[in-house]
Design a protein around this ligand. Sequence first.
Ligand SMILES: [Zn+2]
Length: 98
Amino acid sequence: MAKIIKCSKCGTYNKNKDYCDNCGALISYKKKREQRIEEEKTIRFEKAKKKPPNFIEKLRAHQNLAYRILGWILYSGFAVVSAIGAFIAWLVFAIAAG
Ligand SMILES: [Zn+2]
């Protein structure tokens, strides 16, 4: 089945192509959609992936062992929470995309 898509950049008509023959722009709707989904996925992951607050880093580097242990506990808790956050973001995305 021949599918003719007009390039939105230069106006060239392309037959059965994902990229424009003339300027190389992405013209496949399917590919465009896939690319957008990939981008959204990356953005969501980046948002879910938070860095631990500064005071936790400070505690972990503290000279007092008790503080370091406390910092380690907080850090572990934070890592677990952010992992769950990333998983939820992925899950929401998987449901939305499905
Ligand atoms: Zn083009």
